[in-house]
Design a protein around this ligand. Structure first.
Ligand code: CP3
Length: 361
């Protein structure tokens, strides 16, 4: 099976990794790019590696999780690996009954929708991150200094959006109702989520991940006032825990439908803000006054729109990103499972062929 030569390729050891350089607000040697959900169903080798093994089970098999994490780096020459796992894996490791149903998402044996159910859930206070640490060590061994690994976790609200319903929901109505109906239970639930996600991040960073991303995918369903009052303190707790332990690790904070929340998501303690495809990066940069490096934000639909439209979209995103103090290219959300892997490889090569903009200091 192919191993990455730690000294080969355009990411030469002479140049520090472009993604880290950009995140530190310096001009990288090439435009850094990675994709949310790059490790997964768009890759034939992923289906082959995982055949017959459940999703969560795969995450707990260190060799397999490490192999899947490295696959997109080998194939696409992306500027970072994102650790193959899931936002609910820490809960599984804390002995909470949860599955990931194919085509559905996380499904819990019990919904955390009453004070008693929340008390039962949050009595699971010990998570054993050993399989995570073992997998991450294998990844860092393979990728070496050339390609940084991104640690990730789910933000408390996005976790709560699954927990309160017990499964995926369209508008997270029950979670948003609980937030107002029972502030004490909400605090218990969100504090537990925050501590578990912080533990998951520290486990990954402790064995060599060099960047982190907090996924608050569904936070866009909140008003800014509710976000600041009922959610931000818990995300702040996660990001502050990481910042205290690893002050130099870039902290990417991502959500979708967040045009109205970007300043607050930054104030939660991010150093890099992920922006979805609905908000032009130039608009986000103007709104944020140069405080954050930006990540994003190609519309995933462009992966299916032909090479001309894709390249034009990529060029536009790079041009608009040049208004920020640094820019990491990504999609506005995850790679769709039916995306053509070759289109992603070509997109990375195209981005790496573009001149690197001069970002404002
Ligand atoms: O490549 C990567 O991005 C790294 C691995 C990763 C996965 N999930 C693997 C996965 C990451 C970072 C996640 C995060 C995650 N998980 C989020 C936040 C990111 C986002 O997309 O907004 C969320 C909301 C989840 C919860 C979850 N897990 C959902 C909604 C699903 C999809 C269900 C489906 O089948 O459509 C999953 C399953 C999942 N997580 C898969 C993968 C590769 C698919 C599993 C399979 O192959 O069947």
């Amino acid at each position: 099976e192919p191993r990455v030569d730690k000294t080969a390729g355009a990411q030469s050891p002479a140049a520090p990794p472009a993604l880290l350089t950009a995140a530190q607000r310096r001009r990288p040697h090439r435009i850094p790019v990675w994709f949310m959900r790059q490790a997964g169903r768009s890759l034939p080798e992923y289906h082959e590696a995982r055949a017959g093994t459940g999703m969560i089970e795969s995450c707990l098999m260190p060799e397999l999780a490490a192999e899947i994490t490295c696959q997109p780096v080998r194939r696409h020459d992306v500027d970072a690996a994102v650790f193959f796992s899931d936002i609910v894996v820490p809960m599984k490791l804390a002995d909470v009954e949860v599955e990931i149903a194919p085509g559905v998402g996380p499904v819990f044996a019990e919904a955390a929708n009453s004070p008693a159910a929340i008390a039962r859930l949050t009595s699971h206070t010990q998570a054993d991150f050993t399989p995570i640490e073992q997998a991450m060590r294998l990844v860092v061994d393979e990728l070496g200094d050339a390609t940084p690994v991104i640690a990730f976790a789910g933000a408390p609200f996005t976790l709560a959006a699954y927990l309160v319903h017990g499964r995926p929901s369209k508008d997270h109505l029950a979670a948003r109702a609980l937030m107002h109906a029972d502030p004490a239970s909400w605090d218990t639930l969100m504090s537990w989520c925050a501590d578990l996600s912080a533990g998951f991040l520290l486990a990954q960073l402790g064995v060599g991940a060099r960047v982190m991303q907090l996924f608050d995918s569904w936070v866009g369903s909140l008003s800014e006032a509710d976000y600041r009052a009922h959610v931000m303190p818990y995300s702040q707790r996660v990001l502050a825990t990481v910042a205290a332990a690893y002050p130099d690790v870039p902290r990417i904070h991502f959500g979708t439908n967040t045009a109205h929340l970007l300043p607050a998501l930054g104030e939660a303690g991010a150093s890099v803000l992920g922006v979805d495809h609905r908000t032009p990066l130039s608009e986000a940069a103007a709104l944020l006054g140069g405080r954050y490096v930006l990540q994003g934000n190609l519309d995933p639909a462009l992966l299916f729109a032909g090479i001309q439209a894709l390249h034009a979209g990529a060029k536009r995103v790079v041009d608009e990103g040049a208004a920020a103090p640094g820019h990491i290219v990504n999609l506005g959300h995850g790679v769709p499972p039916n995306a053509d892997a070759q289109v992603l490889t070509d997109l990375v090569a195209y981005l790496h062929s573009l001149p690197v903009p001069h970002y404002p200091a």
